[in-house]
Design a protein around this ligand. Structure first.
Ligand SMILES: NC(=O)c1ccc[n+]([C@@H]2O[C@H](COP(=O)([O-])OP(=O)(O)OC[C@H]3O[C@@H](n4cnc5c(N)ncnc54)[C@H](O)[C@@H]3O)[C@@H](O)[C@H]2O)c1
Length: 263
């Protein structure tokens, strides 16, 4: 991944870059933070609990990387603005935003309460909006920046619907639509916006599937590669989209799903 490219610099080199990763205390957010730090970025880890990010910060520092943890509920505008202001105060700029934090409560459509729906949309969609807008204002000043969203193959149209996840699917489809509009408006400001649509990935969010052999078998039957993805396999795509190696990509949706949506 970090070999030399034609110009003699390292492939996907993020040396000197400053990145924010949301939902970084565990799961994919953790591996995104570790991967970006390994590529040379200073990483700000944001999650509902800063303390629970500290183990990841320590892991990065052990490898001589630079990282800091912040408490930030991405659905709370004040906390988002504080996170962005603190990051700029400490590191002077923001080059990369990885919108990763999310929740996925499974409930049959007829039983989803209004407050359940609002909570999923507040975090999974409004949270990405609040983070992207606050960070893009900083990126616009430096006329360069990259936003990488983690949506899901549960995004509708080019992806697919999932029974029991209507509110979740609505939020993920919203991320893709918003990112496409953002990519048009932010391109003249030097900001690229791309979205990754993971398939079934082995994280705490997928615990319900991993501990239910029948559910796991039903999913794997649809995945040509016949296994769950590893969080690092999504982080590798994040790294590529966060680096200058993807400089001609904006408004794209990249499926990393073991071939699930090809079926
Ligand atoms: N695991 C999968 O199979 C899968 C598939 C497709 C997409 N995704 C998406 O990938 C992303 C990461 O999921 P994961 O599988 O690592 O899940 P996870 O549950 O392991 O991690 C999610 C993280 O987001 C944080 N978070 C939740 N609400 C937050 C809030 N309001 N503010 C800040 N942080 C908050 C959690 O504390 C947690 O650390 C999510 O957006 C999820 O929807 C996951």
């Amino acid at each position: 991944m970090f070999g030399l490219n034609k110009t003699g610099s390292r492939f996907c080199d993020l040396k000197g870059k400053v990145a924010i990763v949301t939902g970084a205390r565990r799961g994919m957010g953790r591996t995104h933070a570790l991967t970006l730090a390994k590529a040379g970025a200073k990483v700000v880890l944001a999650d509902v609990s800063a303390e629970e990010c500290e183990a990841v910060v320590a892991e990065i520092k052990r490898e001589k990387g630079e990282a800091a943890a912040f408490k930030c509920d991405i659905s709370n505008k004040t906390e988002v603005n504080n996170l962005v202001a603190e990051t700029v105060k400490i590191y002077g700029k923001i080059d990369i935003l990885v919108n990763n934090a999310g929740i996925c409560p499974a409930t049959p459509f007829l039983e989803i309460k209004e407050e359940d729906f609002e909570k999923v949309i507040d975090i999974n969609l409004k949270g990405y909006f609040l983070m992207s807008q606050a960070v893009a204002k900083e990126m616009a000043n430096q006329k360069k920046g990259v936003i990488v969203n983690i949506a899901s193959i549960a995004m509708g149209q080019v992806g697919m619907g999932f029974a029991g996840l209507a509110h979740y699917c609505a939020s993920k489809g919203g991320i893709v639509a918003m990112a496409e509009a953002m990519s048009l408006e932010l391109a003249p400001m030097g900001i690229r916006v791309n979205t990754i649509a993971p398939g079934a990935i082995d994280t705490p969010m997928a615990a319900g599937v991993l501990t239910n052999p029948r559910a796991l078998e039903a999913i794997l039957a649809k995945v040509p590669l016949k296994r769950m993805g590893k969080p690092e396999e999504i982080s590798n795509a994040v790294l590529f989209l966060a680096s200058d190696e993807s400089s001609y990509m904006t408004g794209s949706v990249v499926a990393v799903d073991g071939g699930w949506t090809a079926g």
